[in-house]
Ligand binder design. Structure first.
Ligand code: ASP
Length: 353
């Protein structure tokens, strides 16, 4: 009897030893997996990152003088510095995106704010969008004519209204009510853009159709995507649209999922290019969805959408963005894209390939 009890006790202790080791093993495995994930992230994780674009298109070394190239790169660089300063000092991705875009809007080099292109009627109608990756709140304006910095109005729509997209006179009025700086529409006049309109009209008359899609004159939008030290992502886009546009045409820039997208689980993106295609193919969201549902790395997803999917359909343009780890992607399928990025220890601006 005593012997049986001894055997039983032995069995019980053996069993509990096995059980304890396997629990211990599991715990160890879990912590190994956990620390591995943390290690993977912290090895690649940038403290902050910011990417910008000033439009994609048919720019080439032959149609940009060295002086112009220098001055465009200086403008891009100034915008990067403004954004980086905010992120470096612990500011939010949203503030970095807004302030960076304001610099680009105020520069006559880009098709946004001060350098906006003209409509067929000889007016300037501006579109902009803003998105917060933490909440996926978004705001946008379309066809504003008196707002000096449309990106401010887009952010205000997100933060101070119950809506996502306001257009035309209503959007102008909303901006006024929010005390956002307004200007006389003549503020947006630049001789260069006026000449582009005349050329686009002449080409249109020659061709005999009314398409506003006239490749040498169509791009130049600005955009910014940022990751801040708290791991929040944000993105914004601002544009004058396309030269010679008619009928209050609005492109992709103020359309969430097409011209802009931000989601803390994936990435933040701003698009530039032939807006109709970017809307139809929900370009910015498509990149995020490939990451979310197929676990595709950011650069691979962005490259696939721009250089395979969109290109195969005849859609021209590009995107810039940052993912939640601070990886930067800037694919484009045109001959050039004004672009730049900055993160700790890295900084670049470029126009061509
Ligand atoms: N995507 C803009 C639009 O279609 C144009 C651009 O990016 O330059 O309005």
């Amino acid at each position: 009897m005593i012997k049986r009890i001894q055997i039983l006790l032995l069995l019980v202790s053996l069993l509990s030893f096995v059980a304890c080791s396997s629990t211990g093993g599991e715990t160890n495995n879990k912590s190994a997996a956990h620390s591995k994930k943390e290690n993977t992230i912290s090895n690649n994780q940038a403290e902050y990152a910011l990417a910008i674009h000033g439009g994609a298109g048919t720019m080439s070394k032959t149609n940009i003088t060295p002086e112009k190239e220098k001055s465009i790169k200086a403008a891009l660089s100034k915008a990067l510095s403004v954004g980086e300063e905010i992120l470096k000092n612990g500011g939010t991705a949203m503030d970095a995106v807004e302030q960076t875009i304001i610099v680009l809007e105020n520069s006559p080099h880009f098709n946004a704010g001060k350098g906006a292109v003209f409509t067929n009627a000889g007016t300037n109608e501006l579109d902009a969008s803003f998105m917060d990756g933490a909440t996926q709140n978004a705001g946008a304006v379309g066809g504003v004519t008196i707002v000096k910095n449309p990106i401010k109005a887009a952010r205000a729509v997100m933060e101070k209204s119950a809506h996502v997209l306001l257009t035309g006179e209503g959007a102008n009025q909303f901006a006024r009510e929010q005390n956002i700086e307004t200007v006389d529409p003549s503020y947006f006049h630049t001789d260069r853009r006026w000449e582009s309109l005349q050329k686009a009209k002449a080409r249109e008359a020659q061709r005999g159709d009314l398409s506003p899609i006239d490749s040498p004159f169509k791009y130049g939008t600005v955009g910014c995507a940022a990751l801040d030290k708290n791991g929040n992502l944000a993105a914004g886009t601002s544009t004058g649209g396309m030269t010679n546009k008619r009928y209050n045409r609005i492109g992709d820039s103020p359309i969430v999922g097409a011209g802009v997208y931000a989601n803390n689980n994936t990435c933040a993106i701003s698009s530039t290019g032939h807006g109709e295609f970017f809307i139809r193919f929900a370009v910015a969201y498509d990149i995020s969805a490939l990451m979310e549902y197929k676990e595709m790395p950011f650069q691979e997803a962005a490259n696939y959408v721009i250089n395979d999917k969109l290109k195969a359909e005849g859609g021209t343009g590009g995107v810039i963005g940052v993912d939640k780890y601070g990886n930067v992607a800037m694919p484009f399928n045109t001959s050039g894209m004004y672009r730049g990025y900055v993160k700790p220890g890295e900084r670049a601006v470029a126009i061509f390939e």
